[in-house]
Write a protein that binds this ligand. Structure first.
Ligand SMILES: Cc1cc2nc3c(=O)[nH]c(=O)nc-3n(C[C@H](O)[C@H](O)[C@H](O)COP(=O)(O)OP(=O)(O)OC[C@H]3O[C@@H](n4cnc5c(N)ncnc54)[C@H](O)[C@@H]3O)c2cc1C
Length: 427
């Protein structure tokens, strides 16, 4: 086995995992490196952030997912540098791993457009830790408001601002509007959670800019029905711990901001020596490799693939999955001495959820919204969840929440005293 070609995969997200799965029966040795021990289903993260699901419902240990993969090793470690000449990956703990083929799929983080200092006041939503932290902030804001005697301070605590009107921002804003109206409405004695304000700020002229205009308008109308204040053409200029400032001089007092406005690819990619886009994604060749190094493939959110007159491959789960599956074919073709075929993305369309029974679907010629779009969203997402247990649990929790309007995962974890004191001080 040790003389089989060694395929090293950085990242056990959608691209990395589907590549590893495709190599299960191939005559190669595989090492998958991830800095976390779990594969995370990011599309349902907002439901952890808004207390509808538990972290373990949407994540599975990478080792257990791939345990039947005989010739595969999993390394829990962070890749910090790739030496494409020596064909080695350097880990943060000083170890090195050498490869014959390398697939780099480390995903992306949020970008604060040159203002990293905004992150502490406006966390983004990419990891389980992010989601649990947002959930904590949201629930703590209600707890603080319950004991706050000053009306203006209470209003500040009960104002929730979501920055960025893409699918994530729309999902988070819709879910916040719903929990304040339904799940939390009966839990407090001194405040009425239904009076909380949820605001969605979008810098561009319309929310869901990648969708057809009619669906953007539909999503905006649905959000308004839920009571979300949607502000388009409202670029954020500053984020403070107690307010957000918007272009044109508007200042919105708030202690809870969720950042869903921009992406920046992993810094690891800068070590590949390849051309990068402004967002730090690697400009890849038609087969997803980097120029001059056919043995190095970059996949998923980390890759910028724009070839053959087609639009660039979107940074979505299907984009990552299809690139991962293509990379397996490309590697096996090279091993067999055959030429590689170019990667072609098959666009299945896009779906964005807004709330309970509300979503928009753009499936090519088929565009629709409302309950059936939501049902399509729920079924497709449950089908792609990794792990049978997760699928069953999420399905049961969805059905329960649909009937009762309840959000069962309303736990505040971590230290509450210090953070509560900090929001009280506005620090
Ligand atoms: C909140 C949210 C909602 C979304 N909703 C949707 C949706 O509804 N539909 C849709 O299609 N897409 C959605 N997306 C986008 C989708 O999740 C991504 O496009 C997809 O996850 C990209 O897959 P990937 O394999 O490139 O990266 P990821 O899935 O992000 O995986 C990257 C992996 O690499 C690991 N890693 C990172 N850096 C290192 C390192 N240096 N060393 C070792 N390991 C590392 C990470 O731990 C992670 O496991 C959403 C994304 C977010 C954040």
């Amino acid at each position: 086995v040790s003389d089989r070609p060694h395929v090293v995969i950085i990242g056990g997200g959608f691209a990395g995992l589907y590549l590893a799965k495709r190599l299960k029966r191939a005559a190669v040795r595989v090492t998958l490196i991830d800095r976390r021990n779990h594969h995370l289903f990011q599309p349902m993260l907002y439901q952890v952030a808004t207390a509808a699901l538990n972290p373990s419902d949407i994540a599975s240990p990478i080792r257990s997912i791939l345990r039947r993969h005989e010739h595969l090793d999993v390394i829990l470690g962070e890749a910090v540098r790739v030496d494409t000449n020596a064909r080695t990956v350097h880990l943060a703990d000083g170890d090195t791993v050498s490869y014959d083929f390398l697939a780099v799929a480390p995903g992306a983080r949020h970008s604060y457009f040159g203002h990293p200092e905004w992150e502490s006041a406006a966390p983004g939503l990419k990891s389980l830790e992010d989601a649990v932290e947002i959930r904590r902030r949201v629930l703590l804001a209600f707890e603080r408001a319950e004991r706050e005697p000053s009306a203006s301070a209470r209003h500040e605590l009960l104002t929730f601002v979501v920055v960025g009107g893409g699918p994530t921002g729309v999902e988070v804003a819709g879910a916040l509007a719903e929990i304040r109206r339904f799940a939390l409405a009966r839990d407090f004695r001194h405040i009425d959670p239904r009076e909380a304000e949820v605001m969605l700020l979008e810098a561009g002229p319309r929310i869901l800019p990648s969708y057809p205009e009619c669906l953007s308008a539909r999503a905006k109308a649905e959000l308004r029905e839920l009571g979300v204040i949607v502000r388009e053409s409202s670029a954020v200029t500053t984020v403070h711990s107690d307010a957000v400032e918007v272009e044109g001089g508007l200042r919105i007092p708030t202690t809870t901001v969720v950042w869903a406005a921009g992406n920046q690819a992993s810094p690891l990619l800068t070590t590949l020596g390849a051309e990068l886009t402004r967002q730090g994604r690697v400009v890849v060749e038609p087969d997803c490799s980097i120029a001059g190094h056919p043995e190095v493939l970059v996949l998923g959110d980390a890759a910028w693939h724009e070839h053959g007159g087609a639009p660039p491959v979107p940074a979505t789960c299907p984009g990552g999955i299809q690139m991962g599956q293509h990379a397996a074919k490309a590697i096996l073709a090279t091993i067999a001495g055959k030429p590689r075929t170019p990667f072609r993305y098959f666009n299945k369309g896009q779906l964005a959820v807004i709330g309970r029974g509300r979503a928009v679907a753009d499936l090519g010629k088929l565009r629709f919204s409302g309950f059936f779009a939501w049902l399509a969203w729920a079924l497709i997402h449950i089908a792609y969840l990794i792990g049978f247990r997760n699928r069953v649990l999420v399905m049961i929790q969805y059905a329960w929440a649909y009937v009762t309007f309840a959000h069962g995962a309303r736990l505040i974890t971590g230290e509450t005293g210090e953070y509560a004191a900090r929001i009280a001080r506005g620090a």
